[in-house]
Design a protein around this ligand. Structure first.
Ligand code: NAD
Length: 277
């Protein structure tokens, strides 16, 4: 058993959605490093087939769209049958480009389907059996700073990740109040990370971005501290700066300021003073 979290133990089973690329793949490699058996779940069959051989004999792959509830329920049965009971679930599959508040109904369906309902589906397909077992378990859901500070642009993405945050907070509360339950839930909050998503638009890694391996390391370090919020940095922000941005957003409510005042020209100077002060 590792000292990081009791579920991260040799021979235990981990499931990672969106595991064929980026942050999920880096996390899957960490889990394999603990001697675990890992099921990589991804909708991209080609990418999955490409990475699977290099992960070794303890990794299996399943092509599943996490927004498809029935397919995720079938996946839970298959994984348990093939590898045994699941100890670690990482609901990480994600996508972007949903659209702003007035456009793209298809984009909203797709982004909420994958980012939010993918997390709900995964948790509800695997979670009850994990919680019922008298064994340690770990659920990590991948959120985003965008689900907390809501920068303008891809509002659908922000809504999906705000939903993942609220869902995972509720999940943590439910699990810790369940008699005898040994499963903990955590919210992974990556910063700017150079992954598959981004490689499509940016052929070279921007200096400000972290590698997915750094996010996986931050996740493991946060779990070792027992953190619920597995907060990650990148090369262009600091923990202090992030904390101030989160506080400013919360203070829009407590100070009765306009929505998203950080991006309102009338509040620009006040925000800059707050950040610098
Ligand atoms: P990525 O594109 O490298 O990996 C995402 C993976 O999810 C891909 O392999 C993709 O095929 C898979 N996927 C997409 N839709 C799916 C579906 N319907 N069913 C199953 N798999 C699906 O991107 P990433 O940056 O590693 O993203 C991982 C998570 O991290 C996402 O939830 C993303 O929103 C989140 N995140 C990323 C960043 C960043 O800067 N890269 C920042 C904050 C949060």
């Amino acid at each position: 058993m590792s000292e990081i979290h009791p579920a991260l133990a040799q021979g235990n089973v981990a499931v990672v959605t969106g595991g064929a690329n980026g942050i999920g793949l880096a996390a899957a490699r960490r889990f394999l490093g603990f001697g675990m058996k890992v099921c990589i779940v991804d909708a991209d069959a080609g990418q999955l087939a490409q990475v699977l051989p290099e992960l070794g004999p303890d990794a299996i792959g399943k092509v599943v769209d996490v927004s498809d509830r029935r397919a995720v329920e079938a996946l839970a049965c298959e994984v348990e049958g093939q590898l045994g009971p699941v100890s670690v679930l990482m609901n990480n599959a994600g996508t972007g480009g949903g659209g702003d508040a007035l456009t793209s109904p298809e984009g909203w369906q797709r982004v909420l389907g994958v980012n939010l309902f993918g997390v709900v589906n995964g948790t509800q397909a695997f979670g009850p059996a994990m919680a019922a077992r008298d064994a340690p378990g770990l659920i990590v859901n991948t959120g985003s700073k965008q689900g907390i500070t809501s920068p303008p642009g891809d509002t659908a993405y922000n809504v999906s990740k705000a939903g993942v945050r609220a869902f995972t907070e509720g999940l943590a509360h439910t699990l810790r109040n369940r008699e005898g339950c040994r499963v903990t839930a955590h919210l992974l909050i990556p910063g700017f990370t150079y992954t598959g998503m981004m490689k499509k638009w940016l052929p070279e890694k921007p200096a400000g971005a972290w590698d997915p391996e750094q996010v996986a390391d931050a996740m493991i370090a946060g779990l070792a501290r027992g953190d619920f919020y597995l907060w990650c940095l990148d090369n262009e922000t600091t923990r202090k700066k992030d904390e101030k941005r989160v506080l400013w957003g919360a203070m829009d409510i407590t100070e009765n300021r306009p929505a998203l005042s950080r991006w309102d020209p009338a509040w620009k100077d006040a925000f800059e003073r707050f950040m610098g002060g």
